[in-house]
Design a protein around this ligand. Structure first.
Ligand SMILES: CC(C)(COP(=O)(O)OP(=O)(O)OC[C@H]1O[C@@H](n2cnc3c(N)ncnc32)[C@H](O)[C@@H]1OP(=O)(O)O)[C@@H](O)C(=O)NCCC(=O)NCCS
Length: 195
């Protein structure tokens, strides 16, 4: 299993197809990741193209976990465009394919994301997750702090308004980004548990 960032140019078939599969797999499993029904291939593809646009603009970093050739996990680092928020970023869409879970892929993606965040000068990560989800356990295990819970935050795939846990993590010292903008960063090979 290999974790690396993708350039906008690399977010195209067959990678886009894998990313659409990941999204559909998560939503069909009831995950709270923005959709209440599995998006059509057309909608999911349009979404990942919009992600590629944001990568191109330098507004977002997209990381993937690849079990060559297949993408089995992904996470995003949304950089703030506010003048007073250059030090913070949001972390949406941590997705690991249901067939690859509980092998450390999610934790490895978050570790690589923290490296990326520091290299982009980010010292504060902000994220939210449905209260009690596996992701909340993962974030707590990685040292994130629970800021609070907002009730009735998001509509579930079963039509219920569910609470979300707002979490944050203050990172250590930040350094300059070693790579030129738009270049791929390689986070090396991690052997997940059980492989
Ligand atoms: C959340 C998710 C990304 C976790 O990915 P993963 O690769 O299975 O996670 P890891 O194997 O790295 O687990 C790391 C730790 O997280 C916690 N964790 C992960 N899944 C868990 C579960 N189902 N129940 C309880 N704790 C869990 C555990 O502490 C685990 O450590 P352990 O295995 O040593 O006990 C995955 O379940 C997923 O994609 N879910 C659907 C999408 C989603 O909800 N994303 C979050 C959006 S905010």
């Amino acid at each position: 299993m290999h974790i690396h960032t993708l350039t906008a140019h690399e977010i195209q078939p067959p990678v886009i197809e894998d990313l659409c599969t990941l999204l559909g797999d998560a939503v069909s499993g009831g995950a709270s990741v923005g959709w209440v029904a599995v998006p059509s291939t057309q909608d999911a593809t349009a979404y990942w193209h919009s992600v590629a646009d944001q990568v191109q603009r330098g507004a977002l970093v997209l990381l993937v976990a690849q079990d060559a050739p297949q993408v089995i996990g992904t996470v995003q680092l949304h950089l703030s465009d506010r003048p007073n928020g250059a030090h913070r970023a949001e972390v949406p869409r941590l997705l690991v394919h249901s067939r690859a879970r509980r092998r450390g892929v999610g934790a490895a993606l978050m570790a690589a994301l923290e490296v990326e965040a520091r290299q982009h000068g980010v010292s504060l990560l902000v994220l939210d997750t449905r209260t009690g989800d596996p992701s909340q356990h993962l974030y707590e295990k990685l040292g994130d702090t629970l800021a609070g819970i907002i009730p009735h935050y998001a509509l579930s795939t079963t039509g219920v308004l569910e609470p979300t846990a707002i979490m944050y993590k203050v990172l250590g010292a930040v350094g300059p980004h070693p790579a030129e903008s738009g270049q791929r960063t390689d986070h090396g090979t991690t052997l997940p548990r059980g492989t």
